[in-house]
Write a protein that binds this ligand. Structure first.
Ligand SMILES: [Zn+2]
Length: 262
């Protein structure tokens, strides 16, 4: 299969990039549905798409990702209520996320799994930032992607299992020591699932990135926007884990260089 994929990539790389972007955008509009409905415990499949203000059911031509929002100029056709810019932003972001993953990984199983991980982490980040909660079904999705990756790349099984176990143990200790003030149960479950996906080596870098950017950005937000002390760690963990899923090995070598081991 690898040869076939390489051949496609060599023959028409631009076509693969365009299809990947459009696919990412289409998945992005499903991600929007997840972002709005999962916190409200609404079904993400059975309820048809509707305007959030007047409840008008949307026609197929109002549901074309990116294009519809631009064509309707961000307003509902029925009631003229503003449609959140979140829709096109998430769609475009997920399209770019898929293209970036293709650029780094090439056309491969790893690319598909990594892009899917990025999409789920995007949903987790936004829901956690808004509600301070990480819905369990999304954590399960991350864990399932990790398990599938293990099936395809089973030579790394020990690193993966250790990633999940060590991350779980570490976060459990932090939660017990701090009395659950610093981190929540959602973070605990997320690092186990994501640890399985990226493996132990990458977890070290992911945690470093998450804590570094988490503290810098959160302290800035507390100062500038007078935000509360409470930190939604999910977005930073997601950023860290997706970054290492893309560039883990390179970052690990870089890290070893810095601390002088290599
Ligand atoms: Zn409406």
């Amino acid at each position: 299969m690898k040869q076939a994929l390489d051949l496609i990539m060599e023959t028409a790389p631009w076509l693969v990039y365009i299809i990947t972007f459009l696919f990412g955008v289409a998945v992005g509009s499903f991600l929007n549905v997840c972002i709005y409905r999962i916190p409200k415990h609404e079904s993400i499949v059975t309820v048809p798409s509707h305007c959030m203000s007047c409840g008008k059911k949307l026609h197929w031509y109002e549901l074309i990702p990116l294009f519809s929002w631009l064509a309707l100029r961000g307003k509902c056709h029925g009631c003229k209520a503003k449609i959140s810019a979140q829709y096109p932003v998430i769609e475009a972001a997920n399209g770019l996320l898929c293209v970036l993953t293709l650029f780094v990984k090439g056309l491969s199983v790893d690319m598909v799994l990594t892009a899917a991980l990025g999409s789920v982490l995007l949903v987790i980040s936004i829901i956690d930032a808004r509600t301070k909660e990480i819905p369990f079904p999304l954590v399960i999705a991350v864990g399932v992607l990790g398990a599938i990756r293990l099936v395809f790349y089973h030579e790394h099984w020990l690193n993966s299992i250790l990633g999940a176990v060590v991350m779980g143990a570490l976060f459990l200790i932090i939660i017990v020591v701090t009395g659950g003030k610093a981190l929540g149960g959602g973070d605990f479950k997320l690092v186990i699932a994501a640890g399985l996906f990226v493996g132990l080596k990458n977890c070290v870098i992911a945690l470093f990135l998450a804590s570094f950017f988490g503290s810098v950005i959160h302290l800035t937000l507390m100062k500038v926007k007078k935000m509360g002390r409470e930190l939604a760690f999910g977005p930073y963990l997601s950023f860290g884990f997706f970054t290492v899923a893309l560039w883990g090995d390179k970052l690990f070598d870089f890290y070893l260089n810095i601390i002088g081991i290599k």
